[in-house]
Design a protein around this ligand. Structure first.
Ligand code: CP
Length: 312
């Protein structure tokens, strides 16, 4: 199939075929440059990519910048802190002024759900959602699914547990939309206060006891507690949360021997995952980061209409 979209705003909008096209394109980049994608491509020669971040980021921002440079794009890195946003300049004005410098792709992260959709209405360039509040984080969802497909050889028919703060997690939503479309059985698991009542409408099952679902999971994606999006009081204590929903060595004995453990990062060591588990044999956490580069190269290349233009 041909990619026809100008923006990547979420996985909810995409068809199964579109998701598979991104994953297949990412696989081409991965095969050409693994590990670490050090091979340069000319797909985005003459293009300019701006990372427009109004919220903190380590992985996503650096990964998009590196992906763009590996595709031979020029890059601009904007962070709201230290910018004229502090003088009252609006989100839209900020983005329009940066676009006036000559931009082809704006990669945007903002705490407001729907902010990339708003930018897409006001800008002529392509817009990529790099995380909008608790709504979506499509490239994180794609890289999680890419990693599952890489390690398990398929997504269809697998059982994937999404564990933790489902209510405030944009990663959960993008995972759900992508995984359900690709035929996975998705079980969301967390304290009742951190699982929205309506989540089953997205095609998932709900559980509140991790020990009950762990033995049937092929993959568990451990989500961070989004303290910055909570008003507090959603569970009695960190210690109790960790005891009931944290991944630790003893609990892992209940899991399948070939369980793949994902976490989007950053991780709260000792809360959602003990260090022995985060750094242990089931963990694919750093592989996810490496794979994110190939996925973001694929997204940028497809949006600019150039996938494989420079390759044999
Ligand atoms: N997973 C993720 O989005 O990490 P950052 O917040 O560091 O970009």
């Amino acid at each position: 199939m041909q990619w026809t979209r100008r923006h990547l705003l979420g996985l909810e909008d995409l068809s199964r075929e579109e998701i598979e096209l991104i994953l297949d394109t990412a696989e081409e980049f991965y095969e050409a440059g693994e590990p670490g994608q050090r091979i340069k491509h000319a797909d985005l020669q003459g293009k300019v990519v701006v990372t427009l971040f109004f919220e903190p980021s380590t992985r996503t921002r650096i990964s998009f910048g590196r992906a763009a440079r590996l595709l031979s794009a020029d890059t601009i890195d904007f962070a709201a802190s230290g910018s004229s946003v502090s003088k009252g300049e609006t989100f839209i004005d900020t983005a329009k002024n940066i676009e006036a410098l000559g931009i082809d792709v704006a990669v945007v992260r903002h705490s407001m759900p729907g902010s990339p959709h708003l930018l897409a209405q006001h800008l002529d360039c392509s817009v990529v959602n790099a995380g909008d509040g608790a709504h979506e984080h499509p490239t994180q969802g794609l890289l999680d699914i890419f990693t599952i497909r890489q390690l398990k050889g398929r997504v269809d028919g697998l059982t994937v547990g999404l564990v933790g703060d489902i209510a405030h997690s944009r990663v959960a939503r993008s995972n759900i939309h992508g995984l359900v479309k690709l035929g996975a059985r998705v079980i969301v698991c967390g304290p009742p206060t951190l699982v929205p009542d309506t989540i089953e409408r997205l095609g998932v099952e709900v559980a509140h006891r991790l020990d009950d679902i762990l033995p049937c999971c092929d993959v568990v994606n451990v989500l961070r507690i989004q303290f910055e999006r909570q008003r507090g009081g959603l569970f009695p204590s960190i210690q109790e949360y960790s005891r009931l929903f944290g991944m630790h060595g003893e609990r892992l004995k209940r899991a399948k021997p070939d369980l793949v453990l994902l976490a989007p990062g950053p991780i709260n060591r000792g809360v959602e995952l003990t260090p022995e588990v985060a750094d242990g044999p089931h963990s694919a956490i750093l592989r996810q980061v490496t794979n994110g580069l190939a996925v973001r190269m694929a997204v940028l290349s497809l949006l600019c209409g150039q996938p494989g233009a420079s390759r044999d």
